[in-house]
Write a protein that binds this ligand. Structure first.
Ligand code: NAI
Length: 501
């Protein structure tokens, strides 16, 4: 009997370790031989811990599993109260286009054999036979853009590093996934670490970088453990070696260290404060050398592009947003989790059809897209297709593709205040608009909450100053949640006035 139990942090938080131990104990008690494989999560968080039993028809799912449900796995599986059927046939799975996450939840994350058996290393083997400019051209042609949030074309960034002349170049993977409601980087690293390693090795070949670092936030202990083990295995197997090797580095947990220049400072052992750009990290990055800084999902999307070709990848998507995007659906939502799909679904389809509306059953009021620095979208904008330019045109951003759903009980003035307060707490302090502006922002929104509507022009002016004058996206993007709340939900700001009167 072969049973999969996720090692994924979300599944573990919901009891997966206890369920795995109970399966081993129950098997021993019954004298049944069971192989328990700890896999990644399929992304259906409402079903976690999702246990999968291998059958002749495929993998049968059971979830959400509790220790009390374990004994039933050794009886008639069809009548198990937590049976959900064949996992691959569930509507959530069937509706997706899993390119980057194809192996997550399917394989044993730390088995290189399993990785190879599911198409792993094909992209790297192809890249090894190509010249560096050919690899860069393939990635450029695929249309892949930075999945960390900014959407800068990955191939162009690689070209800059590739053409830079230096004694040493680096690949730095940004795994400091700090946005609320985002977990794609974590899920990928926990569920399929070799894909990230392969993507970084290909980036090394494309740019002439021989050394890589994955900068992972300390709040991700499982991802750190899995990545460290995977790097060791890849090195022993000769996947990593003199031509390209890499290390895992652990951050101390500052949100701003997800910003590339702060990250580089932190990686160099300095305080995590923002550096002014230029110079771009592509030319003067880690230790002043040309450095590719890419997000986990950008790098992990490269193996499938190299294995199946740029044209295959580019064929998915909408407008200038090519390929697929792992949506992370969270907040007050019925079906939360990770859903990889081609760009182009409307926000309404994502929230209502995939997410199933709110968990509370109340009407949706707003959805924040792109983390704590993303704009709030009202239901009237639910026809916006998911794409970089499409969201930009509505004064929003897709960011790292995290969506936080809220029902009609949410107070948007408080959400605007939260954004300013978040910025004040997380500001590195280097630039004035962010360091001082965020504190004045909290005070100004408190004036509004007390009914002083004369503060509205002031907050608008402050937001413009922060947007145009901040050194990085932290201060520069905090105005998005604030101004979108004010623009789309003015009643919440006026209601505060009425309450005060
Ligand atoms: P940016 O637009 O300044 O730069 C994007 C990337 O392109 C950078 O790596 C930059 O160095 C590079 N670049 C720009 N011009 C280049 C050129 N000519 N050649 C080579 N490389 C070039 O954006 P930034 O500040 O790096 O990121 C902002 C984004 O980060 C926001 O959109 C936000 O959504 C996202 N974000 C993501 C978080 C997460 O947890 N994933 C947290 C906070 C923000």
């Amino acid at each position: 009997m072969k049973i999969y139990v996720p090692l994924d942090s979300a599944a573990v938080a919901l009891g997966a370790d206890k369920v795995a131990a109970a399966i081993t104990d129950e098997a021993a008690r019954r004298g049944v031989t069971v192989e328990v494989v700890r896999n990644g999560s399929r992304g259906m968080v409402w079903l976690e811990p999702l246990v999968e039993v291998v059958s002749a028809e495929g993998r049968l799912g059971f979830g959400p599993m509790a220790v009390a449900d374990v004994a039933g796995l050794f009886g008639d599986l069809a009548s198990h109260p937590k049976a959900v059927g064949l996992v691959e046939e569930l509507p959530w799975m069937k509706g997706q286009t899993r390119l980057t996450f194809a192996r997550v939840g399917v394989i044993d994350p730390l088995s290189l054999d399993d990785y190879r058996a599911h198409g792993g290393l094909v992209g790297l083997e192809r890249a090894v036979k190509m010249a560096a400019p050919e690899i860069v051209a393939e990635v450029t042609e695929s249309g892949l853009r930075g999945r960390g949030g900014a959407g800068f074309p990955t191939g162009i960034k690689w070209k800059t590093v590739s053409e830079a002349v230096a004694d040493q170049k680096y690949i730095v993977c940004n795994a400091d996934e700090g946005d609320s409601a985002t977990f794609a980087d974590r899920m990928l690293m926990e569920g399929d670490p070799f894909t990230l390693i392969e993507g970084m090795a290909i980036a090394g070949l494309a740019t002439g970088a021989t050394k890589g670092y994955v900068y992972i936030r300390s709040e991700y202990p499982v991802a750190i453990r899995v990545m460290e083990a995977a790097v060791r295995i890849a090195r022993e197997a000769g996947v990593l070696g003199p031509r390209f090797d890499m290390e895992i580095r652990v951050g101390a947990g500052a949100y701003v260290c997800g910003e590339e220049t702060s990250l580089l400072n932190s990686l160099e052992g300095k305080r995590g404060v923002v550096r002014a750009k230029p110079p771009l990290p592509a030319l003067q990055g880690f230790l002043g050398r040309p450095t590719v800084v890419n997000n986990v999902i950008s790098l992990a999307s490269v193996p499938v592009i190299m294995a199946r070709g740029a044209a295959y990848y580019k064929d998915f998507g909408l407008g200038r947003s090519r390929g697929t995007i792992p949506l992370q659906i969270a907040g007050n939502v019925r079906f939360g989790g990770l859903y990889e799909v081609a760009f182009g679904l409307t926000l309404g389809q994502i929230v209502n059809e995939i997410g199933g509306g709110t968990a509370s059953g109340r009407p949706v009021k707003a959805v924040q897209v792109g983390g704590p620095l993303g704009a709030w979208f009202p239901v009237s904008l639910f026809d916006t297709p998911f794409g970089y330019e499409e969201f930009g045109a509505k004064d929003g951003l897709i960011g790292h593709a995290g969506l936080t759903v809220a029902d009609d009980t949410i107070d948007m003035l408080q959400m605007a205040r939260f954004a300013m307060e978040f910025c004040a707490i997380e500001s590195c302090g280097k630039c004035t608009p962010c360091r001082i502006g965020s504190i004045r922002g909290v005070e100004t929104l408190d004036r509004l909450a007390r009914g002083d509507t004369s503060a509205i022009p002031l907050i608008t002016d402050l937001c413009n100053t922060m947007k145009l004058g901040s050194l990085c996206a932290l201060g520069g993007f905090t105005p998005y949640p604030v101004m979108s709340a004010l623009t789309h939900f003015p009643d919440d700001f006026v209601r505060a006035k009425e309450a005060a009167e």
